[in-house]
Design a protein around this ligand. Structure first.
Ligand SMILES: [Fe+2]
Length: 231
């Protein structure tokens, strides 16, 4: 009895099959990336809605952060990653009780200690994914309240001990908070907010990044115009 030898698998048109697989993998990657960004946006907006942050606040802070990262000399791809990771910086607020998060007046010392926990809660939510984007988001969540002179929290890191992305978001978050209208306060003028950033150079903020932020004001103003809040 003669047997027809099995065709070796290598006879399959490898190149063409390889191409098809690559294309479908790319489609799947694009789909996963897209879904991933939507999940992040929705998770973030769930956290933000609790303390009256607007979706546009997060979009502005992210865009400011990407621009500032580029000005700081990061390659476009790295700056883009910072822009994508930024929206999650306050996601830990989801774990803070309403009576503290939504308290209209000043927090007591004890309440402020509780409020500070949002950085660690955010860090925990974002930990352990193995994703470069979520690791960066975690770093930002953990370090956006550190101050350049070492008086911030949670660790009191100083200067370059604070990761660059955390130093960037420290500036962009405060700038946007100052220049935005909120139900309980009117916005500061841009010049007034820039004066505060300048006054806090080397104390709250990285002095070099403040300079770069000031130089990038035309681009920052475009961002403000693109994502205006409507009350
Ligand atoms: Fe925060």
């Amino acid at each position: 009895m003669t047997t027809t030898p099995l065709k070796p698998l290598t006879e399959t048109p490898r190149h063409a099959a390889g191409e098809t697989k690559t294309e479908s993998q790319m489609e799947l990657n694009a789909e996963v990336n897209n879904a991933y960004l939507h999940v992040i946006t929705r998770l973030t907006s769930a956290a933000d809605q609790r303390d009256h942050q607007t979706a546009n606040h997060v979009k502005r802070v992210s865009a400011f952060s990407e621009i500032l990262a580029k000005k700081a000399g990061l390659p476009d791809e790295q700056a883009r990653l910072i822009g994508l990771a930024t929206p999650m910086y306050d996601v830990g607020k989801i774990g803070i009780a309403d009576e503290i998060l939504l308290k209209p007046g000043k927090l007591s010392a004890e309440e402020f200690e509780t409020m500070k926990k949002h950085v660690q809660i955010g860090g925990d939510i974002l930990a352990g994914s193995g994703s470069k984007l979520l690791e960066l988001a975690r770093e930002i969540a953990l370090t956006h309240h550190e101050k350049y002179d070492g008086t911030g929290y949670p660790k009191g890191l100083k200067g370059d001990e604070i990761p660059l992305a955390g130093r960037i978001v420290a500036i962009t978050d405060v700038f946007d908070a100052l220049t935005s209208n909120r139900p309980y306060k009117t916005a500061w003028a841009i010049d007034q907010a820039l004066n505060l950033l300048t006054a806090e150079k080397g104390q709250h903020f990285d002095p070099n990044l403040v300079e770069l932020f000031l130089q990038a004001m035309p681009e920052m103003i475009e961002v403000i115009q693109r994502y205006q809040d409507k009350f």
